[in-house]
Ligand binder design. Structure first.
Ligand SMILES: Cc1ncc(COP(=O)(O)O)c(C=O)c1O
Length: 390
């Protein structure tokens, strides 16, 4: 069965060009980039090229780039460094729709280290309450950390505007740009952020490699203490092959930004409008305008997201519950709950997240598959009668 992959916010296919770039470094070019000899030095040169390519994607300087093992590590390292830099400040600001890489860490810091954490709420469209955000900033705030774009709904926060206020107040600002990278243009200088996290596997590089951008001048304390790698900011022999792959992926992401904002956006909009038109009792989660071009979180009244996914899976269609009901719990995701999405559609929400590999034919297959799937599930649902929710 041909697979239709629309779960790119979970992970992406490693691009063929990326695999090609990495292959020699799995095989004959296995030197350690820290070695003095020419054999190791050629790997070091390739890592330097990767660093430059990553920096180019976000308009950073190459020595502001620290390679990590994933987005989660980048997020944790950023927060850790901020709190170390300001040991007397005990307040942290974030939103209530962050990824667990941020919100679980903050819960941990609150419970074990006594930090006061403000989880700024979002409105029904997933947009941040900026008044509450600005009012919660104080002299005691060590760091503000907000995601650039939400992984479930694709809703983007006004990072540039918030960073400006944070800078004026002298508060460090970190953004988790794991979902934004490769989908929208990112310019760290223009945005004015102090730290920014990326993850390789969301942009067609392999899993197990990430990036933390740290603005020049910030006294960054290492999360992993060890060797001199990454200028002493992250000890440990580099994941050379994946870093080289990530460099290539960043170069491709830069080239593909226009495709993402034309072809991919059009495919997403086509899928969205067709599903809304053909399936009554369906609604989109999140602000329609302030959204990543590839993401569609859509709720269907009176059905279970998990059941929809299982039935799509049988037809080779990979999507995600988006509402990611945590196993063992029937609660919809914290993101949809924070947006006060009505329970009936939060429960039946699924997420399609596209890439430039998707086609119009695939969208048509999803539409023609999903319409009868929802009908069938509603026929069995006690909450659906005579074409409407009861
Ligand atoms: C917004 C966001 N932040 C952080 C992460 C964690 O990234 P990684 O899987 O590389 O640890 C993810 C992954 O889904 C994400 O969507």
């Amino acid at each position: 069965m041909e697979i239709i992959y629309t779960d790119n916010n979970a992970t992406t296919k490693v691009a063929d060009e990326v695999i090609e770039e990495m292959l020699p470094y799995f095989g004959e070019l296995y030197g350690n980039p820290s070695s003095m000899h020419t054999f190791g030095d050629q790997v070091d040169k390739k890592i330097k090229q990767a660093r430059l390519r990553v920096a180019d994607l976000i308009n950073a300087d190459p020595d502001e780039i620290i390679f990590t093992s994933c987005g989660t590590e980048s997020d944790n390292a950023a927060i850790n460094a901020a709190l170390n830099a300001f040991p007397d400040k005990k307040h942290i600001i974030t939103s209530n729709v962050e990824h667990p890489a941020i919100n679980k860490l903050y819960q941990h810091l609150r419970e074990t280290k006594g930090y006061e954490v403000t989880f700024v709420p979002v409105d029904k469209k997933g947009c941040l309450n900026l008044d509450l955000l600005y009012n919660s900033m104080s002299d005691n705030t060590a760091i503000i950390s907000l995601m650039w774009a939400n992984n479930e709904t694709g809703v983007m926060f006004p990072i540039e505007e918030i960073a400006k206020i944070a800078n004026e107040k002298g508060i460090l600002f970190h953004t988790d740009a794991v979902q934004a990278a490769g989908k929208i243009a990112i310019d760290v200088k223009k945005a004015g952020v102090d730290m920014l996290s990326l993850s390789g596997h969301k942009i067609h590089a392999p899993k197990g490699v990430g990036v933390l951008y740290v603005k020049k001048g910030f006294k960054f304390s290492p999360f992993l203490i060890g060797g001199h790698q990454e200028k002493g900011r992250r000890g440990g022999t580099e994941n050379t092959v994946s870093i080289i792959g990530l460099g290539k992926a960043c170069e491709l992401a830069r080239e593909n930004l226009t495709v993402m904002n034309t072809k991919v956006r059009e495919l997403r909009d086509y899928l969205q409008s067709q599903l809304l038109e053909k399936i009554p009792g369906s609604s989109v989660n999140g602000d329609l305008a302030l959204r990543l071009p590839n993401t569609l979180s859509i709720g269907f009244d009176a059905v279970e997201g998990e059941s929809i996914l299982l039935m799509l899976d049988r037809e080779g269609i990979c999507a995600s519950s988006g509402s990611a009901c945590t196993s063992g719990s029937l609660e919809p995701s914290h993101v949809l709950m924070a947006m006060e999405v009505p329970f009936k559609s939060a429960h039946g929400s699924i997420r399609f997240s596209l890439s430039h590999y998707n086609t119009k034919e695939e969208m048509d297959i999803i539409i023609t598959t999903l319409v009868p799937v929802i009908q069938k599930l509603r026929d069995m649902s006690p909450f659906w009668k005579d074409g409407k929710m009861v």
